[in-house]
Design a protein. Structure first.
Length: 201
């Protein structure tokens, strides 16, 4: 008698239990997890934002760790580069943590659809505005970097290191904000008409 046959000897109803489990898994999504297209859309939108905060938070933690190590092991403009990355990502981590906490405070199923639509559109617009600011960050960093090589520049190593750090962080945020905006656009296309229908309520 093999092991499988032994299980059936000691548990004669195991086969029946497997059938019940299979039916439960098949029927549960339809019976317990049924939801409207509007709720599905807003849950998708919310999860996209939460995933984005995980990405931003992970980037922040990695940069803070590398920055702390780099500051202790380098000198000159390289040290200032790591210093800027560390300081910048303290802010990034705070933003990601607060946003994640804020999302967790609101139950989608308890919120009216017009309010959820306003939140979705506001956050999507915020990504677009931030992308514009990211370009300004990069321009400011590039200017600092360029200025560091000009005759008579004060503290050129700091200017160069900080400039490179701002260019790097601005570049990442530009890619991040643009990607988040496009992902929310894609979510709207996956659920066509939901936003316009909800706004019209």
């Amino acid at each position: 008698m093999n092991i499988l046959q032994g299980w059936y000897v000691y548990f004669p109803n195991l086969h029946f239990m497997k059938i019940l489990l299979f039916l439960f898994l098949i029927l549960t999504p339809a019976f317990l997890l049924a939801s409207s297209p509007e709720e599905d859309f807003f849950r998708k939108s919310r999860q996209t934002n939460i995933n984005g905060m995980y990405v931003l938070g992970s980037w922040a933690i990695a940069n803070m760790a590398i920055g702390a190590v780099g500051m202790s092991r380098t000198e000159g403009q390289t040290r200032h580069f790591h210093q800027m990355n560390l300081a910048w990502n303290v802010v990034n981590l705070g933003i990601a943590g607060f946003a994640k906490w804020n999302f967790a405070q609101h139950d989608i199923s308890a919120m009216p659809f017009p309010e959820l639509a306003d939140d979705h559109l506001r956050i999507k617009k915020l990504y677009l505005i931030n992308a514009g600011l990211d370009v300004l960050y990069m321009a400011a960093g590039a200017y600092m970097w360029h200025r560091s090589h000009q005759p008579g520049a004060k503290r050129p190593q700091m200017l160069e290191g900080f400039g490179k750090g701002v260019v790097l962080q601005g570049g990442f945020l530009l890619v991040f904000d643009a990607a988040m905006y496009l992902l929310q656009q894609r979510n709207e296309k996956m659920f066509p008409g939901v936003i316009s229908a909800v706004i019209a309520l």
